[in-house]
Ligand binder design. Structure first.
Ligand code: C2E
Ligand code: MG
Ligand code: MG
Length: 736
């Protein structure tokens, strides 16, 4: 689920981006559309307002036009005289020619026409009969207004100057602006009886010409008058009669500045939208690419956080996570979980002798071998250095775990090809089976570590399972360590015994110093127990120095030909080891030729160049070097060629098998032949029977050590043995 997070995140961002873009696009369209509509509507309103005003002023102007001829003494007089020619020139035809009125009528006091002109010709007054019915209400209205204005006046010429009625009227044949004014004296000098005034009626057709007159000043497009209200997409205003009914419509094609601007901008707009879409695509593409890069690097970072860089195996963090999970599911599913801790033997030696790249390669190969050993549900982890941990799930029982550990020990002991070199490396394995109630992984790791520690102290290259009493053993070891420290400080409870070795004739050639610890509570303890402990707990230098001093001191006080002292590989690693040996010899007064240092083969596996150089210095000083427990280690003969030693001590395990195992006999024989050929002395240790002695002697062996010839003995006992031997020798010399 977690690995999809970046994808879904990028999808979310992309989706948000698209939604945002679409929303802002829609917003822009809505706002733009509204703006365009608003601009269009505002412009249409303005046009309508101007058209209305123009139309209204044309209606209002019509009576004004009439007044230029109707408020005139001559007009009163001539009409009263029914001077039609004069009327043609001044009231009818002239008005048409000058103002463009289409029809003119003059009505008498009874509102009957006595003069009519249509266009520029006098006409029959019958013409008025077609108009009379619709004009009558206006006549009545005007007469009433006149009556009101002139009420109580004899000569109301001034009051009647402003009186008029004007409005559009729809006739059968035409629609026209009809306006009425009275004919009156401009000075009052020609008086008329109020109510007897003639009325001047003017008609101006509501037609295309008028439409142009209204629309042209304000540039209306396709302006026209018609009977119908404006169609869809058209604009228009009504021409209403006195009762407010629309008698005609002035229509035009409205100006749409918003739409026009939009249309003009459209190419640019479309180009920007296309560009925007392209940029959006680019951004999305980039985002998707970035997010997948991010996904990869996040996965890498997560991998690195949880894995060991060198082997690619899970590291401590991931291992702990898996262990916790495994422990939970083990409880749930009633399964057993096991922890296996692995530590390589001699890893440091590989690193030091073959170099770090070879060490790294070794770690990688070990990791691979371990991975090959487990199932997919198990986890192999590296905790750094040469430390590996395996989490095993679904372990059926302890036997299965033992078999698994055994396989690890065997598999890891096969040779490794390391960058042109071949190396043999063993491994120690400690394992623990989690109990159902184990929930503390720290405690489990600790137990696996204790088991591993025991496997190592039991001699490496082996496995050990944690048992409840290992913890106890651990405590005991701690106690033992502190006791050993005390004994070393106080110089009590520790002492040396000496086991002599002899030539084939039974003549003592020397003795080996063997350390003994008389533990205050536990009694005599074997060096196998406390030497290892001293090595592990950093006490071996102090102990080794004490052994060397004590043994040299003892030997110096006797005529012993050679004193052999066991030296731990750890002691030899120290840079001041050789000076320490030489100063001990000086202090005790023991000749270097009388000291033999016994080294186990193990020492030669360690830092070869350094060791070779130290062995060389010791030998140069006259000290002889013996290889102890010969043929129990990894590759003895190889080392014999590389390092010059004075003698070897064939391990007592070979001696014990002599006569029982043909192969062993051949091996011992071969060793003796080979070593003799290299001019190296051979001692056999652990000679317990005469048969063994004789067989070895017949094989050409020259030096013997073992219970048959002498147990390790107290210094006093050996000293008297030496003295006896010396006496006997003297005696025999004297006898001779
Ligand atoms: P090692 O150096 O091989 O010593 C010989 C061991 O074999 C001694 O055991 C000795 O008692 C035992 N042994 C001798 N003859 C016979 C025999 O005929 N049969 C049998 N079964 N055993 C025989 P020990 O004294 O218990 O020492 C064990 C090992 O502890 C020594 O093996 C040596 O490696 C180590 N060690 C003893 N003292 C010292 C010491 O002062 N310093 C160091 N570094 N190691 C020591
Ligand atoms: Mg020895
Ligand atoms: Mg030995």
């Amino acid at each position: 689920m977690r690995s999809n997070r970046p994808t879904s995140l990028s999808m979310q961002i992309v989706a948000s981006l698209i939604v945002l873009t679409v929303a802002s696009g829609l917003g822009l369209i809505v706002v733009g559309h509204n703006a365009v509509s608003l601009v269009d509507a505002t412009s249409a309103e303005q046009q309508a307002r101007f058209a209305t005003r123009n139309f209204a002023s044309i209606i209002a102007e019509q009576p004004e036009d009439q007044r230029s001829v109707t408020i005139w003494n001559d007009a009163v007089i001539r009409t009263a005289a029914r001077d039609f020619d004069w009327m043609d020139e001044n009231l009818g035809i002239w008005v048409h020619d000058y103002f463009g009125h289409d029809e003119t009528y003059v009505l008498d006091r009874d509102n009957l026409p006595y003069y009519a002109a249509v266009s520029s010709e006098r006409s029959s007054t019958d013409r008025y009969s077609e108009r009379a019915a619709l004009i009558a209400p206006m006549v009545t209205q005007l007469r009433e207004t006149m009556a009101t204005a002139s009420a109580g006046l004899d000569n109301p010429y001034e009051e009647l100057a402003d009186v008029s009625v004007a409005a559009p009227v729809k006739f059968n044949d035409v629609t026209a602006i009809v306006s009425l004014v009275p004919i009156i004296s401009e000075s009052g000098r020609v008086s008329q009886t109020p109510g007897a005034e003639s009325l001047h009626v003017a008609l101006q057709y509501i037609d295309a010409e008028l439409a142009q007159k209204i629309g042209a000043p304000i540039e209306l497009q396709d302006v026209a008058f018609g009977p119908l209200a404006p169609a869809e997409g058209q604009a228009g205003i009504p021409a209403t009669d006195l009762s407010g009914d629309a008698v005609a419509w002035l229509t035009w094609q409205p100006e749409r500045p918003g739409t026009t601007l939009l249309m003009e901008m459209l190419p640019v707009l479309l180009a920007s939208i296309a560009l925007g879409a392209l940029m959006l695509c680019w951004v999305i593409n980039r985002l998707v690419r970035l997010s997948s890069q991010l996904q990869v690097s996040e996965a890498q970072a997560r991998f690195l956080a949880n894995h060991d860089v060198l082997t690619g195996l899970p590291n401590r963090i991931l291992f702990q996570e898996r262990l916790t999970q495994a422990m939970h599911s083990a409880v749930r599913d009633d399964n057993l979980v096991a922890l296996v801790a692995i530590d390589l033997d001699n890893f440091k030696r590989i690193n030091d002798s073959l170099g770090h790249p070879a060490g790294d390669e070794l770690v990688r190969q070990v990791g691979n071998r371990l991975v090959d050993l487990v199932r997919a549900s198990d986890t192999v982890a590296r905790f750094g250095g040469d430390e590996f941990l395996i989490l095993l799930r679904d372990v059926s029982d302890e036997d299965q775990l033992r078999r698994f550990c055994e396989r690890i020990v065997v598999d890891l002991s096969h040779p490794y090809a390391l960058l042109g070199d071949t190396a043999n490396v063993g491994a120690s394995v400690g394992a623990v089976l989690a109990r159902a109630d184990d929930q503390d992984w720290d405690e489990l790791m600790r137990r696996a570590d204790i088991a591993l520690y025991r496997a190592k102290s039991d001699g490496k290259g082996r496995y050990s399972l944690f048992e409840a009493d290992i913890g106890k053993i651990e405590n005991e070891r701690n106690q033992l360590e502190s006791d050993l420290r005390k004994s070393l400080t106080s110089g009590t409870d520790l002492h040396l015994v000496y086991q002599p070795f002899f030539d084939e004739n039974g003549k003592m050639k020397g003795a080996e110093a063997l350390c003994r610890w008389n533990h205050p509570q536990r009694g005599a303890l074997s060096p196998e127990i406390f030497i290892g402990l001293a090595e592990q707990r950093g006490l071996i230098d102090q102990l080794g120095r004490w052994v060397l001093e004590t043994a040299c001191e003892f030997a110096a006080g006797t005529s012993l030909a050679k004193i052999a002292v066991n030296v731990s590989p750890i002691q030899l690693r120290h840079s001041d080891f050789v000076p320490m040996v030489l100063s001990t010899l000086r202090e005790t007064g023991l000749a270097p030729e009388r000291l033999e240092i016994e080294l186990t083969e193990q020492v030669l596996l360690d830092q070869p160049a350094d060791i070779r150089e130290k062995i060389g210095r010791l030998r140069a000083a006259g000290i002889s070097i013996a290889l102890d427990d010969f043929a129990t280690g990894n590759s003895s003969l190889q080392y014999l060629r590389d390092y010059r030693v004075d003698s070897i001590k064939i391990d007592r395990s070979f001696v014990a098998r002599l006569g029982k195992d043909d192969e062993c006999d051949h091996l011992v024989q071969a060793m003796l032949d080979l070593v003799r050929a290299m001019a190296i002395n051979v001692t056999v240790e652990g000679v317990e029977t005469q048969i063994q002695h004789d067989r070895l002697a017949s094989m050409g062996c020259k030096t013997f050590q073992g219970y048959l010839l002498g147990y390790p003995m107290e210094p006093g006992v050996l000293a008297s043995l030496i003295a006896n031997e010396a006496d006997a020798a003297e005696g025999s010399e004297a006898f001779a």
